[in-house]
Design a binder for this molecule. Structure first.
Ligand SMILES: [Zn+2]
Length: 500
């Protein structure tokens, strides 16, 4: 009758904090990172009676911009609604959200898989205000409330239950982060809590019939916990199905330390939010003029940029994918290349070779960016927009490597110094004497000294142990502070010891 392969069915709600200057309904600052508690607050976002919310048009524009980037329809009219519930971090006793007339309807996100893509449909993208934050001091028998976050604008992106693995959910979340950064509606900084997930999951049998009740997990605040929570729930649902149980429709909490979910409340206990239209905010007309104005501000999207990088610069899809995944890295790479291309145009050479040269430079720049520069950035946990190295200076370093003015190890040393001081590479090269020594006479003299000092090694090479040449090469490098041209040193050593 039924096939044996059951399939998990996942829907996501992704909350993104918008990077507007002020909050959603008052003029308080929207940036409360590292700010003393309850300093960015006013009577309105503290929920005092008699205050009137004024919608932040910028937040509405950002939400529409996100909707357009995610292929949603923008209706002619949108409105706000009250979602009623009681909690200490919600001083009004209700949250202003959107219920039946969200600002963006439908849409989809294409999730890139290895050689394919998966289209996940969206139900809606809507705007809402965030609540404050409860703080539980360690060892205290009380809790504190910080209202700095109260009234911060969020968009909620609601998918259809089209996701069928933790990997797909993870890639979708990354895609959402990437796109929101590209269109500059949010920094989507996970450490600052700019992105949170609610996830719902159930199980289908092989014929598409739902065989377990939906579990919802709220407030997952990292990609990792999203993935772990799905993996945990998938096992729980499959085990229940195998035992012939259906589970109950419930909300569960996620414990990051135990990597397990725990029951919080069943569907019967689910709060009735008694949504009703927010009486203090009139309906908002979204004119076609406004929507086309916002549409014109949309930049090149990540997937388009990836295809262009592969086509224009000849780098691999994988490299292009890594570079475009972060808007700032993509911009750094592109600025570096435009410097390099301008530089290359001043070099002598046939026009027909230019494209070839451009691709070689792009390949070199991409290698140095993804391995060497990332290698310096990663341990320091620093972002590319925070480093001291400018694209102009990075391009200059690539040019030095390309022209073989420095060898690879010297270039690494120069890059390290650039990373620490922000100085330009030519300056560092000259100051540290790292310019590659190509002069045969000069290199010969150093080789002679090394040969004299290492009689035993030289004998062993003559007896056939050619691998020992590397040791001598190391000695030459040490004496020249790493600046010798390694190919030339090797040639000279071989000639002198083994003979031409
Ligand atoms: Zn306020």
């Amino acid at each position: 009758m039924s096939s044996t392969s059951s399939q998990i069915v996942i829907g996501l709600e992704v909350h993104i904090q918008l990077s507007t200057k002020s909050k959603l309904f008052c003029s308080c600052s929207n940036d409360s990172f590292n700010v003393a508690p309850n300093t960015h607050v006013c009577p309105l976002c503290m929920g005092h009676p008699g205050t009137l919310p004024v919608p932040n048009m910028k937040a509405i524009e950002y939400a529409i911009k996100a909707g357009l980037a995610f292929n949603s329809e923008i209706p002619h009219e949108t409105k706000f609604d009250r979602k009623n519930y009681f909690y200490p971090d919600l001083p009004k006793g209700y949250q202003i959200s959107q219920y039946d007339q969200p600002c963006c309807v439908g849409g989809f996100i294409d999730v890139p898989l290895d050689d394919d893509k998966k289209r996940v449909r969206l139900r809606r993208v809507h705007l809402e205000e965030d609540a404050g934050k409860l703080v539980h001091p360690v060892g205290a028998n009380y809790s504190l409330v910080d209202y700095n976050r109260s009234g911060t604008p969020l968009i909620e992106i609601v998918t259809e239950p089209d996701i069928s693995s933790s990997e797909e959910a993870y890639l979708l979340a990354q895609k959402v982060q990437e796109v929101c950064r590209y269109i500059s509606v949010s920094d989507v900084d996970m450490e600052k809590g700019h992105m949170r997930f609610d996830m719902n999951i159930s199980l289908n049998d092989g014929d598409g019939n739902q065989v377990t009740e939906i579990s919802e997990i709220k407030n997952l605040n990292s990609f990792r916990s999203l993935k772990k929570a799905i993996e945990f729930e998938a096992v729980r649902h499959k085990e229940a199905y195998e035992k012939g149980e259906r589970l109950i429709h419930e909300t569960r909490g996620w414990d990051d330390d135990k990597e397990a979910s725990v029951s919080q409340r069943s569907k019967e206990d689910a709060p009735d939010y008694r949504y009703f239209p927010e009486p203090d905010i009139p309906k908002i007309v979204l004119s076609s003029d406004l929507v086309s104005k916002i549409k014109r501000t949309l930049p090149e999207m990540p997937e388009e940029r990836k295809a262009r990088f592969v086509e224009e610069y000849g780098i691999s899809k994988k490299e292009a994918g890594t570079i475009i995944a972060n808007k700032y890295v993509a911009e750094f790479f592109e600025n570096t290349l435009s410097e390099l291309i301008e530089w290359a145009s001043t070099l002598e050479g046939k026009e027909s070779k230019k494209d070839d040269e451009k691709k070689k430079l792009a390949k070199l720049a991409s290698n140095w960016l993804l391995s060497e520069l990332y290698g310096l950035m990663r341990p320091e946990r620093v972002k590319i927009q925070e480093i001291k190295i400018t694209a102009e200076n990075f391009a200059e370093l690539i040019a030095l490597v390309y022209e073989k003015k420095v060898n690879s190890s010297a270039a690494q040393e120069i890059l390290k110094e650039m990373f620490m001081t922000g100085n330009d590479p030519t300056h560092i090269m000259n100051e540290k004497g790292l310019k590659q020594v190509d002069d045969i006479d000069e290199l010969s003299l150093v080789c002679d000294t090394v040969i004299q000092e290492n009689n035993e090694v030289v004998e062993s090479i003559k007896e056939g142990k050619e691998s020992a040449l590397q040791f001598l090469m190391g000695q030459v490098m040490a004496k020249t502070k790493g600046s010798a041209n390694p190919q030339k040193v090797m040639e000279i050593l071989k000639t002198k010891i083994i003979g031409g």
